[in-house]
Design a protein around this ligand. Structure first.
Ligand SMILES: [Zn+2]
Length: 530
């Protein structure tokens, strides 16, 4: 049946080519040559199952220690799995060792089917309500994650993508040549993918998507294929690299691939009750870069909203008043602090996305009489705490960052943002950037002060602590998450908070944080033994 279907389709594709009076287009010729180079349409159509094993390594450019500095090594993984081509289902069993933000290992499995995805085990520190409720731990994938898994499966199964292009010639469109590593490659566009070909041997060399990144705006996300080897009657690229704007952020290698091995269908099944309640693949905007790269560091919150768990008991962001004229954004994975001044607002951190910042701006204005955000203070440059910086600057605020970060933010704000799902593109050239080298104070006409101190710390160069003197309230991100359990012994991150407080001569009553909520400062001093 399958074979017959494939023959009919191939015949149809061939007829399509023949019926064109001027012969195949340049694009169709590239696709056709590539299909032949990887083994031919019939050999590809004969693949029913693929079993595979391999390893991969991941780096995250926007969790670097120094702004714009060397990428942080995030994790490495061993995996093995199976793809059932006919059912369009796959299972991957992972052992993933994370180096950042803390060493740990997650062992889990992912099952991906056309209309649902399932994670067995724990794959993140940011577990959602469904995972926490499940015993043993498991959860259905969000529609965002499922759509991302589908897209990346098509990119990884590049031969099947080529076959689909052969069968749908009317959807294969011209694309500009792609230049990399000093050479130029002819390319075509198909259903959101740009596929470039090696002019020598006809093989695909790269598949690109045009993604949006909350820090770098419009970005190219590429997979490069290398080390093509014969497996049965087809050729498969055993080496893969993923690049973000030309920087390698993933290196993967298949150690073993077998075709048409028998597959235990039960291993690809999602329990019926889970399947019934699972999300369908998202059809609107998918924040692919967020979904992919938060998994690099094992902190992805699998949810339909990147800011908060949509399956939580009371999902959504909210404002929590901590002191007169001081409010914390809570309810999500990442928080901000808003301080009301005589005729403007100061905001600490612009986490996750412009959509979250838009929520924060709106809530702050409702609470504080429509005052504009004049100062946007970023504790540090990591992607998850600055992804909403553009929307937070909507009132023409000044950006306040710890040195050395000015050059980094000049580049970030100059990046093209035509694909931003939340904001129309605009110029940020007029944004003032204040770089703090030791400390800084913002004062209003009534004498209220907000301060910030650059910290000696193990997390990020130029990291700042915030301080609201009249509320005796500190603001800290990533080094301590107030309101969450403290470790049994103080670590370098917690000590850096205590040391900064001492050095600045502050007497805090409480700290609020970019994660967690707020807590008495005494919890920290007791732990440290002071
Ligand atoms: Zn950080």
């Amino acid at each position: 049946m399958k074979r017959l279907f494939a023959f009919v389709s191939i015949a149809g594709a061939a007829l399509g080519l023949l019926s064109c009076a001027t012969g195949p287009s340049k694009e169709q010729a590239l696709v056709s040559r590539a299909v032949t180079a990887v083994g031919g349409a019939q050999a590809l159509a004969d693949i029913r199952t693929i079993t595979f094993k391999g390893t991969s390594k991941y780096w995250e450019p926007e969790q670097s220690e120094v702004p714009d500095g060397e990428m942080r090594f995030a994790s490495e993984a061993k995996w093995e799995g199976v793809i059932d081509a006919q059912a369009r289902a796959s299972r991957t069993d992972w052992v993933r060792n994370f180096a950042y933000p803390a060493p740990r290992t997650f062992t889990y499995s992912e099952i991906v089917t056309p209309d649902a995805g399932y994670v067995i085990g724990i794959d993140t520190n940011s577990r959602n309500a469904e995972s926490l409720k499940s015993n043993p731990p498991a959860h259905s994938m969000s529609g965002l994650r499922l759509a991302t898994a589908h897209r990346e499966a098509r990119r990884n199964g590049v031969s099947a993508l080529l076959l689909a292009m052969l069968f749908n010639p009317e959807q294969v469109q011209p694309a500009a040549d792609i230049a990399f590593e000093g050479r130029s490659y002819p390319a075509v566009s198909y259903q959101g993918f740009i596929v470039a070909f090696d002019p020598q041997n006809g093989l695909p060399v790269l598949v690109r998507t045009l993604d949006y990144d909350n820090v770098w705006g419009d970005v190219n996300y590429d997979t490069l294929y290398s080390d093509w080897q014969s497996v049965g009657n087809v050729k498969i690229a055993m080496g893969r690299k993923a690049q973000l704007n030309g920087r390698v952020i993933t290196e993967a290698r298949f150690s073993e691939i077998k075709l048409n091995q028998p597959v235990d269908g039960k291993r690809l099944q999602i329990p019926p009750d889970v399947r019934a309640a699972a999300a369908k693949p998202a059809t609107g905007y998918v924040p692919y870069q967020w979904v992919i790269r938060r998994q690099f560091i094992g902190l992805y919150l699998d949810s339909e909203n990147v800011s908060y768990d949509t399956r939580a008991a009371s999902p959504g962001l909210r404002l929590q008043e901590l002191a007169p004229g001081v409010a914390q954004v809570l309810g999500g994975s990442h928080n901000s602090l808003i301080v009301e001044m005589s005729d403007f607002l100061v905001v600490f951190d612009a986490p996750v996305s412009d959509a979250q910042s838009q929520w924060t701006m709106k809530a702050a204005k409702e609470k504080f009489g429509g005052k504009p955000v004049r100062w946007v203070v970023l504790t540090h440059h990591h992607m998850d705490h600055i992804g909403g910086v553009r929307a937070m600057l909507a009132d023409g605020g000044t950006l306040v960052v710890g040195a050395p970060a000015r050059e980094h933010y000049l580049k970030v704000l100059a990046a093209p943002t035509s694909r931003n799902p939340d904001l129309s593109p605009r110029s940020y050239a007029a944004v003032q950037i204040m770089e703090v080298t030791a400390s800084n104070v913002i004062t209003d006409s009534r004498g209220r002060q907000v301060m910030m101190y650059v910290m000696d710390n193990p997390h990020a160069k130029g990291m700042m602590m915030g301080w609201v003197p009249d509320a005796k309230l500190g603001w800290i991100t990533d080094l301590w998450s107030p309101g969450t359990p403290l470790p049994p012994k103080p670590n370098a991150a917690l000590l850096s908070v205590v040391n900064t407080v001492k050095r600045a001569g502050l007497q805090p009553e409480r700290f609020a944080g970019g994660h967690g909520s707020s807590a008495p400062y005494a919890q920290l001093t007791q732990l440290v033994g002071q």
